[in-house]
Design a protein around this ligand. Structure first.
Ligand SMILES: [Zn+2]
Length: 378
């Protein structure tokens, strides 16, 4: 960032959780032996060294778990929940482990949260509820979840052994990475463009969220090389620990609490850098009409649509405290949710042309908002 000519390049140190996956496996024992692809969920506890062996109970919702809770005792519970968009389905990954533990389950499997796959499990974070035993939890591929559900539906006994070494270690130091283009007239008014540079351990994190982070950085590099210095300051923030704790977001919110009132807009780019679609916007109606007018200039990249709401996991808590309008950059989300949090999140799936269009769309939006005579209304 320094070499690119960006200003005030710095790291804000942040302590983050250190969860280590270790070795892990899932064996189908009955009706016939087979190893199943699986990924432990982030922040899960491990199993005893020889694993946990138990029969399987398959449910398709929290409602069915409640209805059949007497059957869950001592079982491994599988949430075989079809994908209906990330928001509604991810609740089973985040809260399913404690829901099942409350019913007496000894371990949890979830059908991977994604629209389609090639027998690819998706990891992601869980959150344990206080007062409920912490049981190991893993994701399995969509195909295997459906198959295990068919087996139990026809009355077959399904028995599994889940083994996970997962451990949570003491916090370690990481950092948010920040750089700026200082505003030429109102440097204290800040427009943030952001992504997160942590990723899950199993892939390369190319889509979630290296591409998004690089596009945010590229905004500032591009404007600097074009010698465009807007009225207000543009601040690039690459958050740490988005995936398993949001500690980077919380640190930024608290460290810059006194100046959040001067944050004009925050954009997060954490939806991949596939073919641009537009932006989501959360703010008032006047602001919406202004960003809609700006997006109408972006027909050449395709980023013309302003969706009803938009933000990001990192900027959410900051925007709430500072009442800052939020935006999300959005591209082809099916591609994103097919590979994110999987071993398939690798750089070969990213098209350089689409990254360029993502960065160009972000740069135009950010530059105009940072340079308008009147600040975007709050
Ligand atoms: Zn992400």
């Amino acid at each position: 960032m320094g070499a690119d000519g960006l200003e005030n390049v710095r790291k804000d140190a942040v302590m983050v959780p250190r969860w280590v996956r270790g070795r892990e496996s899932l064996e189908l024992l009955l009706p016939q032996p087979q190893s199943l692809p699986m990924l432990g969920l982030g922040m899960s506890v491990g199993t005893p060294p020889n694993g946990i062996e138990a029969d399987l109970l398959v449910v398709d919702s929290f409602v069915e778990l409640e209805r059949r809770s007497a059957e869950a005792q001592g079982k491994i519970v599988l949430f075989n929940v079809p994908y209906r968009g990330y928001g509604p389905t991810v609740a089973y990954r985040v809260n399913g482990p404690s829901q099942a533990a409350a019913a007496g389950a000894v371990a949890v499997l979830i059908r991977s949260v994604g629209p389609e796959g090639m027998r690819t499990p998706h990891t992601g974070m869980l959150i344990y509820r206080d007062g409920v035993p912490r049981i190991p939890a893993a994701a399995i591929a969509v195909e295997d979840a459906a198959r295990l559900a068919r087996m139990t539906a026809r009355g077959q006994r399904v028995r599994l052994r889940l083994a996970m070494d997962a451990t949570l270690h003491p916090d370690v130091e990481s950092a948010n990475v920040i750089a700026e283009i200082r505003g030429r007239e109102r440097p204290d008014e800040i427009v943030v463009v952001s992504g997160h540079f942590d990723s899950w351990d199993v892939g390369a994190g190319a889509t979630d969220d290296a591409g998004g982070a690089i596009a945010a950085w590229e905004v500032a590099r591009m404007l600097t090389s074009l010698q465009l210095r807007p009225r207000r300051t543009i601040r690039v923030v690459l958050f740490t620990n988005e995936e398993n704790g949001l500690r980077g977001a919380i640190d930024y919110r608290d460290r810059y609490a006194a100046t959040l009132g001067q944050h004009v807009l925050m954009i997060e780019s954490d939806a991949g850098v596939f073919a641009p679609v537009g932006f989501g916007f959360t703010g008032n109606d006047i602001g919406r009409s202004q960003v809609t007018a700006i997006a109408s200039l972006l027909a050449s990249t395709g980023a013309t649509r302003i969706a009803a709401s938009g933000g990001g996991a990192d900027i959410g808590p900051i925007s709430t405290l500072g009442k800052v309008p939020m935006m999300a950059y959005s591209g082809d989300s099916t591609k994103y949710f097919t590979i994110h949090h999987t071993p398939a999140d690798t750089v070969d799936r990213i098209e350089p042309q689409e990254v360029s269009k993502a960065a160009a769309s972000l740069a135009a939006m950010i530059y105009v908002v940072a340079d308008m005579p009147q600040a975007l209304p709050k």
